[in-house]
Design a protein around this ligand. Structure first.
Ligand SMILES: [Zn+2]
Length: 158
């Protein structure tokens, strides 16, 4: 049987159903993994409230825990609320590689009320234009790059 640390790594390695190659560890939504008498408790903080991916992630975590030989106890922790600032550097790089502009930091938003233009994940140009507040999913907005004219998605800062 693998220990809590090994299980923690397996859980963090689960890919997000909507973001190719980005793991839930990269997204920073895995709060804690503990094992007590054969039961593995996993605490997850969902990204966006009502994001349909949450149910899928919960199912995937349950499967991984069960396959590892433990009784799954997957709980959602809503507070403190998840922020895009929790996405790791590796996660941001993977979003970029998937053609999705990573979210800008929200921590200093109070000082800068106007968001800088979103950089195109393909060519890096900031000459981008918002097409729609909602892309393929509510978590992302659709943009088009005026430099290379490629459409792309931007993971909204939260
Ligand atoms: Zn571009």
């Amino acid at each position: 049987m693998i220990d809590a640390q090994g299980l923690d790594e397996l859980v963090r390695d689960i890919e997000d159903p909507e973001l190719p190659h980005v793991t839930i560890g990269d997204l920073g939504i895995v709060r804690d993994v503990t094992i007590d008498h054969g039961t593995a408790t996993v605490l997850l903080t969902p990204t966006y409230t009502g994001c349909p991916a949450t149910d899928q992630i919960r199912d995937d975590v349950t499967t991984v825990v069960r396959d590892a030989g433990y009784e799954p106890d997957v709980r959602l922790v809503m507070s403190p609320a998840w922020s895009t600032d929790w996405i790791s550097e590796r996660g941001r790089e993977r979003l970029r590689l998937a053609g999705i502009a990573p979210p800008s930091p929200v921590a200093d938003q109070g000082a800068t009320p106007v968001e800088p233009p979103v950089a195109c994940p393909r060519c890096g140009s900031r000459r981008s234009r918002l097409i729609s507040e909602f892309g393929a999913t509510a978590c992302k907005a659709a943009y088009v790059c005026e430099a290379c004219s490629e459409p792309f998605e931007h993971f909204k800062p939260l």
